[in-house]
Design a protein around this ligand. Structure first.
Ligand code: IPE
Ligand code: MG
Length: 254
């Protein structure tokens, strides 16, 4: 969907904001769920549920303003190191997420892709993911990427291994390896816009935490202090407005 159309259709961004360009790909690290639960006197599960609900709403909100690709860092490979109860509850919620998202994705014509390691997640979740990807693979214009058991370092390592394998089998020469070939090996190759223009991490920490390492080379980084469950419409519009005021030079002088 063209950005201008998205803005005008929904009237969510003001005149000033309309002067800029909307990001095509927004990546979000949904941090701060546990702190949100604590602040509100709830158990961790309360924060997990609130974060999960926000993620479901958010995906639709972002597409409605005309953004093409939304990547959600749902669970990092390092998150397996958390207490078993918390990890298991996240897996349950992702199962529910994929079930809720499927009819929604079909209704709104959102393509769903899940990136990360598949082996260690519960089989039922794996099946739900395959089903959601299969049912939505032909949609264009809105793309939801869920990063689950994802590690940016591992993404790069696997891409290197695959390139090495191709060299070994004589499919390519070492000299052929360039940024484009590399990007074709990364898990984000599923996207028309593999590199996020805007990377948002809620919760106030200013870290990438092994999310899109290669892909975020020139992303604008936005770190609101608000915890993920409180990242509402006012907050995401502020993020988009902030983005539209950036001057993106990509290392050049313009
Ligand atoms: C992020 O929220 C969600 C996942 C890691 C899946 P946290 O659980 O990290 O919440 P805080 O940062 O501890 O508040
Ligand atoms: Mg955290």
């Amino acid at each position: 969907m063209p950005k201008e159309k998205g803005n005008k259709l929904n009237g969510t961004l003001g005149e000033k904001e309309n002067q800029g360009t909307l990001p095509k790909h927004v990546a979000i690290t949904m941090d701060g769920n546990r702190r949100w639960a604590k602040k509100n006197g709830l158990a961790i599960t309360g924060g997990q549920e609130a974060g999960f609900r926000r993620a479901v709403e958010m995906t639709v909100d972002f597409f409605n303003v005309g953004i093409h690709t939304v990547s959600l860092f749902a669970f990092s490979s390092e998150n397996w190191g958390r207490p078993k109860d918390e990890v298991n509850y996240w897996m349950d919620l992702f199962g529910v997420f994929s079930k809720i998202m499927l009819p929604q994705a079909e209704r709104e014509k959102i393509k769903v892709s899940v990136i990360g390691t598949r082996e260690n997640i519960p089989a039922s979740l794996r099946d739900a993911i395959i089903k959601a990807e299969e049912a939505t693979k032909s949609y264009e214009g809105k793309h939801l990427i869920l990063a689950l058991d994802y590690s940016g370092k591992n993404d790069i390592l696997e891409a290197c291994k695959s390139l090495a394998e191709k060299v070994k089998n004589g499919l390519i020469q070492v000299e052929d390896i360039d940024e484009k070939l590399m990007e074709n090996e990364l898990m984000t190759k599923c996207s028309e816009f593999p590199n996020p223009d805007l990377l948002i991490r809620t919760g106030g920490e200013q870290r990438i935490s092994n999310f899109f390492l290669w892909q975020s080379a020139y992303s604008e980084l936005y770190f609101p202090t608000v915890q993920w469950p409180d990242f509402g419409k006012a907050e995401y519009l502020e993020a988009l407005t902030w983005y539209q005021q950036r001057q993106r030079r990509f290392g050049r002088r313009v």
